[in-house]
Structures are given as C-alpha cells and as structure tokens.
Design a protein around this ligand. Structure first.
Ligand SMILES: O=C(O)[C@H](O)[C@@H](O)[C@H](O)[C@H](O)COP(=O)(O)O
Length: 265
C-alpha cells in the first residue's frame, strides 16, 4: 500500500460529520466538473443514503464551491438487490425515499442508473445488463480496462463487507468483470449485484461512511489487527490507499488508535 487512507472521526453526525461529508462530496463534484463536466458517483444502500441526504440537502452557504449541481450528476448503484425497484429490499427504493425524492422539484434532477427488472431471477443476467449500462457510459470494455467513477460512496458491514463483497467470498478474486452477481449473500436478500473490487479501487476517490457503536469492533479489526487483513474493507484500503476517506463518528472509532482527523479542510 502507498499512503494510508484518511480516517475522520466526528463528534456528532448531524452537526459535524454531515457538513464535512458535504464538503468532501462537493470537492469531488467540482474536480469532476473540471475533468469532464459530469459527476459520476456510485452509492451503496444501508445507512449511507440517510446520512448523504443530511449532507447534500442542507441549505448551501452561498459560496461557489458549495453549489450542488445535480443536473450534471450520474448516480449508479455500488450494489443492488435483485428485486423490483419498488420492493422494500431495493437499494434504489431506499435511496429514493431517503434522499432523491427530497431534492427540491424545481432543481434539475440527477440521472440515476437503476438495474433492469427484466431478469431478476437470474442475478448473473441482471449483473450483465447493468454492466452494459456502464459500458455505454464509460466507453466500450475493449477500449477501457475499468470504468473510472469520480467517487464511490460505501458503507461497511459489521463483518467487514462493503458493496456486496463479503469476507472470504470467491468474488473477491474476480479481476476481470466490472459488475458481479452473487446468489449466496450472507446478508439477505441472497441475490444481488455488486461492483467488483478492481472497479472500486480504480475510482478517483472512495468514501466510506460508518457511524454508531455497532461499527466499533469492525473498525478496530479494519484499522488495527492482522485478523482484519483479508476483510473486503481492508482490501479497498490497501488497493486505493490515500484515495480512501472514512467518515465515522466517535462512537464508531472508540478505541481505534489509527491517526484520526476531525475536519476535511
Ligand atoms: O445493499 C446492501 O446491503 C448495502 O449496500 C450494504 O453493502 C451496506 O452498505 C452495508 O451493509 C452497511 O450497511 P449499514 O450502513 O446499514 O451498516
């Protein structure tokens, strides 16, 4: 690994973490606009969309750097469950309810790339169809090795999983595909699709959001013990190094002695 990831620990989610997460996401948005006038971001489900809404739907401070321009956002799912888009297990439905539906209607809405509902019984087919959507956006697979997201925002499970990449699962060894299917997810529902590890590691930036006392043990494993060395979150830290930032609260980082920061500025 080159330089280590950044670990931020904030006192309070609403007052400290959310404004810092906003600043971080908008920095990545502004950099992406300079590069190609569009912001391509992938997001997970879990508790992340709620925190993201707190960060991104807050009133702007009036400065140029603080403008969210959803009209140039392209949102993808870092992982998705193979269920209809209006199903209670759908990450898209969760993201809509927690965040997207709350974007003021007079703003141009972001473009959202959802999975196809055509073959949900067949997780591999659903993964292939989603990969084709990425190919159409990021260029043909024979011309680029990997899609380059401007930002991937992820959660971290208590077992150290991220996206739908679970500890010790053979999918972690996949080097070629962009989107993978899993039919034996230990976290229900069993059938899902997920970005592959090489796609996550290739992103310009990767942001994790992990809050609450329930994340304390896994964060200690990820940042401090050899036992954590094969966990999917550790593989992202090792692969992407300083491109990775962890947005945590004090409850989650209690007892973690890895150097912590308390502001992105
Ligand atoms: O579809 C999913 O199950 C999620 O995308 C999953 O990868 C999630 O991000 C983690 O399990 C963390 O979830 P919490 O933030 O709720 O702990």
């Amino acid at each position: 690994m080159g330089r280590p990831p950044n670990l931020y620990s904030f006192r309070d989610v609403d007052r400290d973490l959310a404004p810092n997460l906003r600043r971080y996401v908008l920095d990545q948005q502004n950099e992406a606009f300079k590069r190609h006038d569009v912001f391509r971001v992938a997001i997970s489900g879990g508790s992340l969309p709620k925190t993201l809404a707190k960060a991104l739907l807050a009133p702007p401070n009036g400065s140029d750097e603080d403008k969210v321009d959803f009209s140039k956002w392209e949102i993808f799912y870092a992982d998705e469950r193979c269920v209809p888009l209006d199903h209670e297990d759908s990450n898209h439905r969760l993201v809509q309810e927690e965040w997207l539906n709350k974007i003021p209607k007079d703003m141009v809405q972001p473009k959202v790339y959802t999975i196809s509902e055509a073959n949900l019984d067949d997780a591999q087919e659903t993964a292939d169809e989603y990969e084709q959507k990425l190919v159409a956006v990021f260029a043909a697979r024979d011309s680029v090795k990997l899609p380059l997201f401007d930002l991937i925002l992820l959660g971290c499970g208590p077992d150290g999983h991220t996206c739908s990449l679970f500890p010790d699962h053979p999918l972690l060894r996949e080097q070629d595909a962009w989107i993978l299917s899993i039919s034996d997810s230990p976290k229900p529902p069993a059938k899902r699709i997920t970005l592959s590890l090489p796609v996550v590691v290739a992103a310009a930036k990767v942001g994790f959001v992990a809050t609450g006392g329930g994340k304390k043990d896994v964060l200690k494993k990820i940042f401090e013990t050899e036992e954590g060395s094969k966990l999917p979150c550790v593989l992202v830290n090792e692969g992407a190094g300083e491109k990775v930032s962890w947005f945590c609260d004090q409850a989650a980082t209690e007892g973690v002695s890895f150097p912590k920061r308390s502001s992105v500025i």
